[in-house]
Design a protein around this ligand. Structure first.
Ligand SMILES: NC(=O)c1ccc[n+]([C@@H]2O[C@H](COP(=O)([O-])OP(=O)(O)OC[C@H]3O[C@@H](n4cnc5c(N)ncnc54)[C@H](O)[C@@H]3O)[C@@H](O)[C@H]2O)c1
Length: 267
């Protein structure tokens, strides 16, 4: 069989994709890149105003996207979204588990409610979206791609987010376990570990610090000393790597985590 061209390798025309938390930040950039590559994208979010704006933007660029309101903590929502994606686009080929939260809290102050919220969104939601998507992929018999947003916090604690560290360590472990279990069905599962990326979520952290009477730039200054490339990451730095994992450039790589941190972990 003739080798595919580079353009064909990155062409996602005809593929159906789900991006959780696709309304803003890293998720929004992922939606834009997958749609640009030809995929039809289902944006899953709790913020429908923001999600609908992304749908509109994709349409203006000639792509195809829909938005569905769902809380990724809900098993029923995961099943509903996976089925709706197959119904809307004819196929579910790519799942990007991006939605996640990272509220700052020292370990001694962390309540059971906060622990449960962080673990439920970041880890439980990720697992059950993987399960719901894989069920559709197995049923269709065509395999698929799952890309989970972990964090460098999965392997390197940055401080004051032990609940988040645990959740993202779990995402890394889950990625490897599902990659092993679903390799025979052709489902390739990988993770991405962003470093510090400029998003509405990271902006919220700075606002929280300020509200708590702390210097909002304190954390920024701490991070800045660890940017060998002299800048934080942009959402599109992550989105392009998601596109790589979703494409046929990656046919024989599964259970890995690609660090996208501009050298943060080296410094
Ligand atoms: N920004 C960073 O520096 C950074 C670094 C490492 C890892 N990450 C990871 O990347 C992912 C995206 O981060 P971001 O900074 O773009 O976040 P963000 O807060 O800017 O955007 C997150 C999106 O997820 C949605 N969301 C939140 N909870 C949800 C739920 N329960 N159900 C459905 N949607 C929900 C939000 O409405 C929002 O649209 C997260 O998993 C985060 O942990 C981010």
């Amino acid at each position: 069989m003739a080798k595919k061209t580079i353009a064909q390798i990155f062409d996602l025309t005809g593929k159906g994709a789900i991006v959780t938390g696709g309304a803003m930040g890293i998720g929004r950039a992922i939606v834009m890149r997958l749609a640009e590559a030809g995929a039809s994208v289902m944006i899953v979010d709790i913020d429908m105003d923001a999600a609908n704006k992304v749908v509109q933007r994709v349409g203006e660029k000639g792509g195809k996207a829909q938005a569905v309101k769902a809380d990724i903590r809900s098993l029923a929502d995961a099943k509903r979204v996976a089925e709706a994606t197959v119904q809307a686009f004819g196929s579910l080929d790519i799942l990007v588990n991006n939605a996640g939260i990272y509220p700052i809290s020292k370990a001694l102050d962390t309540s059971e409610e906060l622990w449960d919220r962080v673990l439920d969104i970041n880890l439980k939601g990720t697992f059950f979206f993987c399960q719901a998507a894989a069920r559709e992929m197995v049923k269709a018999g065509h395999g698929g791609r799952i890309i989970n947003l972990a964090s460098i916090d999965a392997v390197h604690p940055m401080g004051d987010v032990s609940h988040y560290n645990a959740s993202k360590g779990g995402v890394l472990s889950l990625t490897k376990a599902l990659a092993l279990e679903w390799a025979p069905q052709g489902i390739i599962v990988n993770a991405i570990a962003p470093g510090s990326i400029w998003t509405p979520g990271s902006e919220k952290i700075r606002e929280q610090q300020e509200a708590a009477g702390k210097d909002p730039l304190e954390m920024l200054k701490k991070f800045q000393t660890r940017w060998p490339m002299g800048r934080p990451g942009e959402p599109d730095d992550i989105a392009k790597v998601v596109l790589f994992y979703a494409s046929e450039a990656v046919n024989y790589v599964t259970g890995t985590m690609l660090v996208v941190d501009g050298g943060y972990l080296l410094s």
